[in-house]
Write a protein that binds this ligand. Structure first.
Ligand SMILES: *[C@@H]1O[C@H](CO)[C@@H](O)[C@H](O)[C@H]1NC(C)=O
Ligand SMILES: *[C@@H]1O[C@H](CO)[C@@H](O)[C@H](O)[C@H]1NC(C)=O
Ligand SMILES: *[C@@H]1O[C@H](CO)[C@@H](O)[C@H](O)[C@H]1NC(C)=O
Ligand SMILES: [Zn+2]
Length: 547
């Protein structure tokens, strides 16, 4: 481990910060004169929040008193942050140098000036979409689409009709460079589903079967419930305790990524312990007794047991009963079918003027769950990605590289369209300059969650500065943004997901509540304008986005 002068300075400065954050009387241990010229004052200041967070967590938060016995809490309230601070310094070489300092030298003055010069075209696009002729169009077209087709489950005829409709809608805009690529997709259909609590009292439990779930026998499965909070509890349970039971997992929603494993893996893990069915508390922070469906996978070699999501309210009821040692008996009846059908990815190109082989991709998925209307997931992402080449065409803006819009099929049943595209186009993957996806809501845009090298992020960050006027200039560093595009980004291709004000996204996600009422015309306009302008600039600047 190389300890540079600036690290030594950073160390003392951070210790000083810990002192002052912990409100200790002594000011600092050291004078920092020798560090005055080390040029790291800004970096040190940027750690203020982190240091304060750590100190608060340890002295006032959940970690209070955890480290040591009562008398020494105060002392540990100081030394634990010191140790954690040391840890930050040792592990965060990259962060010590802030982006403000690195990007200008990586980009060079000419490229920064060039990016800044796109202010005019950015304004043209934003004005056209938010105040001009295109105002309200993204919402109106999305509403027409959603009202016509409703839910568009993988493998259904409705999904294929909705794909045909999008192709025609695009041709109507005089964009004719459209191809579709066929692939086999899962076709899982939900039949009748019912859960009745039989003991300690009779009550209907709202449920949604999870994707690919098998059916119960016609007479249903009647069994007692055992509740686990996490996989560790299941692992630690005796096989006798679990055998013949219905397992309910009731994890508290933290983040989607962290909590969703209980939806995707519970059936297999419960079956391995002899459970006859598995239920999961819906993956959401909020509920009005709404179950949230989603995909799940049966691992090879385990018994396939029926599996469903129930509402937060019913999961919490069952948990309270079980905690009072009251036996909960359920009768679960579920029917479903499963086969394979043909579907299509849709690819629309607005060909580049100078480098038509080089691609800047915008994308969203056209399929949806069978509940709700797929207006938010992913109708919004589909329509802002449709809008990008349409708006550029209407404004007669032709970038140097090709802007490609992709409507992925069968995302919900496991990114099936994206995997197929990646395979079919692997020999051309060098041509992908940048790939974008919107599948986490089209609420007010805030910026992009970006994967890529330092320089790639610097270029995107510089472009995002142009969007301060619409509050969409935040760059979130994310090594695996998006859902479908993650399949391509993991091969080292730079890309980004739309970062938006989606705090309520998981309230509606995969429920009957995913309807047009979630969408907002002004926010969709801002997303469409942002998406289009970002894609145009990346496709037109003189430098490729580096790997
Ligand atoms: C469970 O529900 C099914 C379907 O409603 C019903 O046919 C069956 O009799 C029920 N079983 C019990 C034990 O109540
Ligand atoms: C990649 O493979 C496809 C299908 O095999 C072919 O049509 C295409 O020309 C190939 N592209 C390159 C750049 O080799
Ligand atoms: C951007 O944020 C500012 C301050 O919160 C607000 O006044 C302004 O309306 C926002 N602009 C847009 C386009 O949302
Ligand atoms: Zn989605």
């Amino acid at each position: 481990m190389f300890i540079s002068v600036s690290k030594v300075c950073l160390f003392f400065a951070l210790i000083a910060q810990v002192h002052s954050a912990a409100k200790r009387r002594k000011k600092t241990y050291v004078e920092l004169h020798s560090c005055d010229n080390s040029g790291i004052a800004d970096e040190i200041a940027s750690y203020d929040t982190v240091v304060k967070d750590i100190v608060d967590y340890v002295t006032k938060g959940p970690f209070k008193g955890k480290t040591y016995n009562d008398k020494r809490i105060d002392k540990m309230g100081f030394y634990t942050p010191v140790l954690l601070t040391l840890f930050i310094i040792i592990t965060s070489e990259a962060k010590v140098v802030s982006k403000e300092n690195v990007c200008p030298s990586l980009l060079g003055e000419d490229l920064m000036k060039e990016i800044a010069s796109y202010e005019i075209v950015k304004n043209e696009i934003v004005n056209y979409v938010t105040r001009g002729e295109f105002k309200g169009k993204t919402y109106d077209e999305l509403a027409k689409f959603v009202d016509t087709f409703g839910a568009r489950l993988s493998g259904t005829a409705i999904l294929e009709q909705s794909i045909d409709y999008m192709i025609q809608l695009t041709r109507d805009e005089d964009l004719n460079d459209i191809v579709t690529e066929e692939l086999q997709v899962p076709h899982w259909t939900r039949g009748e589903e019912k859960i009745t609590m039989l003991e300690p009292r009779v009550k209907d439990i709202a449920l949604l079967g999870l994707g690919r779930s098998v059916s119960t026998p016609p007479e249903g499965i009647t069994a007692n419930v055992i509740v686990f909070n996490d996989f560790e509890e299941l692992e630690n349970a005796e096989e006798d305790e679990v055998k013949g039971k219905i397992v309910l997992f009731d994890p508290e929603f933290t983040t989607y990524g962290e909590t969703v494993v209980y939806r995707t893996q519970s059936a297999s893990k419960s079956a391995a312990k002899g459970a006859v069915a598995s239920l999961v508390r819906s993956i959401t922070p909020f509920s009005i007794n709404s179950p949230h469906t989603g995909s799940q996978n049966y691992e090879d070699g385990v018994n396939k047991i029926p599996t469903a999501a129930i509402s937060l309210e019913d999961a919490d009821l069952i948990r309270r009963l079980v905690d009072r040692d009251i036996n909960v008996k359920l009768n679960i009846t579920m029917h479903s079918t499963f086969d394979t059908k043909t579907s299509r990815n849709t690819i629309i190109d607005l060909k580049g003027t100078r480098f038509p082989d080089k691609l800047v991709i915008v994308s969203g998925h056209i399929d949806s769950w069978d509940v709700g209307q797929g207006a938010m997931d992913d109708g919004g992402g589909l329509f802002v990605s449709w809008a990008a080449p349409v708006i550029l065409k209407r404004l007669n803006l032709r970038p140097k590289r090709t802007v490609r819009s992709i409507f992925w099929t069968a995302e919900e049943l496991g990114l099936v369209g994206a995997y197929d595209y990646e395979k079919q186009h692997r020999n051309e993957s060098d041509n992908i300059n940048f790939i974008m996806e919107s599948d986490e809501g089209t609420f007010a845009p805030r910026g992009l969650a970006v994967a890529g090298s330092q320089k790639a992020r610097c270029i995107i960050g510089e472009i995002l500065k142009l969007f301060e006027s619409i509050n969409a200039s935040t760059l979130v560093e994310d090594d695996s943004p998006g859902s479908d595009i993650a399949v391509i980004i993991r091969n080292g291709i730079p890309g980004a997901s739309l970062h938006n004000a989606n705090e309520k996204y998981f309230w509606f996600h995969h429920t009957e509540g995913d309807t047009m009422n979630v969408e907002n015309p002004e926010e969709l306009d801002l997303c469409a304008a942002f998406w289009t302008a970002v894609a145009y600039i990346i496709a037109d600047i003189s430098e490729d986005i580096p790997r």
